[in-house]
Design a protein around this ligand. Structure first.
Ligand SMILES: Cc1cc2nc3c(=O)[nH]c(=O)nc-3n(C[C@H](O)[C@H](O)[C@H](O)COP(=O)(O)OP(=O)(O)OC[C@H]3O[C@@H](n4cnc5c(N)ncnc54)[C@H](O)[C@@H]3O)c2cc1C
Length: 459
């Protein structure tokens, strides 16, 4: 295998290109004017901040290791230490430390937080006494966790976390795909709480460390650094339109650029695309893969970034931000106080306070249809209720991520297995991206590198 075309210049495709460096002549096709996909910086009030992903999971190594390998080691930084906070029932309420996707290992610590009613706390604590047969089939997050801990725990503790990570809902997301650590414990049978505590204790050195890291200057710097270090030819503003099998088991890609059509050929192709875009290109080659890829739903979200003058704001909040349960009916699903969370930003812009609010879970398309100025106004009003009246921002900007987050529904892992089986029948083709084994940046890096290894192994 001498030449590879990677279609999609998000972090998954760039990680694949990095893995292939020195082993193949690699070209990356990216439809946007810049590489990075959901990792992107932009400026507000003259300050550079992240518009998409803002952190890299540090508990799994793939993203932080790659960032260090491409020269960003010194830029990796920890967020300020602060508890995960939930805005519910009229106040900001901290989740007890040591939770796994919103499930506290010691629910009695919830007493007095106001997150759950006394009955809700008692119901959670009683989980230790409930028999539990090993879970043998996938089910929804809500289906499993409500039976173990009660619906109130799902609504007030788990849903806000799922909204933040997946823009998803507990009744639709797959336990196995969206909460693999809890699903693995459920598969063993027995009460979950002692198993969660054992898991936490076994992972103590790592779980004591920070769960995520950022990149000084913005996590959006990461893909650019990978693009520069991987040595691939990067063609931005180039959208792949169709994929053709040609003689010698090679592939031809037809693309559109600002200067007109472009045709390229290579020994292998990696599709590092959202599921719906990969489905389009695979339609003539694998109707089975196309059908399964097309069936993966996507949630759209919007990020509302605001900059406030520190001297003119009436009030500035403390902490790193908050998550919001869908059951409370607010517009916001999360807020991140970037200037508190990231020391590099506070140093870069000492006179300005930057925060971002997020809106949009799966099924909230009507909300996202509102014009930008309405979203900004709703965000200011709700922030006022949640933390206090800050006054008017110096600048506000809405970044829309249309179909930005794939939803891992019940049976997702089986769906992905079918897609991978179908793709394996197409020699010289590999798939990677957020649609498959994890939406986080670390999981995307892992799929990119694994797609490249798969091609190298087959050549
Ligand atoms: C608002 C938001 C915040 C997030 N925050 C975090 C976070 O803090 N931490 C975390 O770990 N994860 C976070 N995520 C998730 C994570 O950022 C993404 O899942 C991940 O970056 C996806 O990478 P990818 O390369 O698989 O896909 P993408 O980033 O979507 O890249 C795919 C690329 O393919 C290009 N493309 C599409 N079609 C074509 C075509 N036909 N031809 C050529 N190019 C094409 C697109 O332009 C895009 O650049 C967040 C996601 C969103 C939306």
């Amino acid at each position: 295998m001498r030449s590879v075309i990677v279609i999609g210049g998000g972090i998954s495709g760039l990680a694949a290109a990095w893995q292939l460096r020195g082993r193949a002549d690699v070209t990356v096709l990216e439809s946007h004017t810049k590489v990075g996909g959901k990792l992107r910086t932009g400026t507000i009030a003259g300050i550079t901040v992240d518009e998409g992903a803002e952190s890299l999971m540090a508990l799994r190594p793939e993203a932080v290791e790659l960032a260090a390998a491409v020269g960003l080691g010194d830029a990796l930084c920890d967020p300020a230490q602060a508890p995960t906070t939930i805005w519910t029932k009229g106040a900001l309420r901290p989740l007890p430390a040591g939770h796994v996707m919103g499930v506290p290992t010691d629910p009695s610590a919830l007493a007095g937080t106001g997150l759950l009613s006394a009955e809700g706390v008692a119901r959670m604590c009683a989980e230790e006494t409930l028999a539990a047969a090993p879970l043998t089939e996938d089910c929804s997050v809500a289906g499993y966790l409500a039976a173990r801990f009660g619906q109130e725990a799902v609504d007030r503790l788990v849903e806000p976390v799922l909204g933040g990570v997946y823009a998803g809902r507990a009744e639709r997301l797959s336990l196995r795909a969206a909460m693999p650590r809890i699903a693995a414990l459920a598969a063993q049978g027995g009460p979950l709480l002692p198993a969660l505590r054992r898991m936490k204790a076994a992972g103590a050195p790592r779980s004591a460390a920070v769960a995520v890291q950022g990149v000084a200057g913005g996590t959006g710097r990461f893909p650019q650094a990978v693009a520069e270090a991987c040595g691939a030819r990067i063609l931005t503003g180039t959208t792949a339109r169709s994929l053709h099998r040609i003689a010698g088991d090679r592939w031809r890609v037809q693309a559109m650029t600002g200067d007109g059509p472009l045709t390229m050929e290579a020994d292998a192709v990696i599709l590092a695309l959202p599921a719906f875009a990969a489905a389009e290109l695979l339609r003539p080659h694998s109707p089975l893969a196309e059908a399964d890829l097309s069936a993966i739903p996507h949630a759209s979200t919007a990020v509302i970034t605001m900059a406030f003058s520190r001297s003119q704001a009436h009030f500035l909040p403390e902490g790193n931000g908050f998550l919001v349960p869908a059951v409370d009916g607010h517009t916001l699903k999360a807020a991140s106080f970037l200037s508190n969370k990231w020391a590099w930003l506070a140093e870069a812009a000492p006179d300005t306070f930057v925060l971002r609010a997020s809106v949009g879970r799966i099924g909230e398309d009507q909300l996202l249809a509102r014009p930008d100025r309405h979203l900004v106004r709703s965000a200011i009003t709700e922030l006022h209720h949640a933390v206090g009246a800050m006054g008017e921002p110096l600048a506000a900007r809405v970044t829309r991520w249309d179909r930005g987050l794939p939803q891992y529904g019940v049976g997702h892992r089986e769906r992905v297995a079918r897609i991978r089986e179908a793709a394996a029948k197409l020699p010289g083709l590999a798939l990677c991206g957020a649609a498959y084994e994890g939406v986080g940046v670390a999981a995307c890096v892992a799929t990119g590198r694994s797609a490249a290894r798969q091609l190298l192994a087959g050549s």
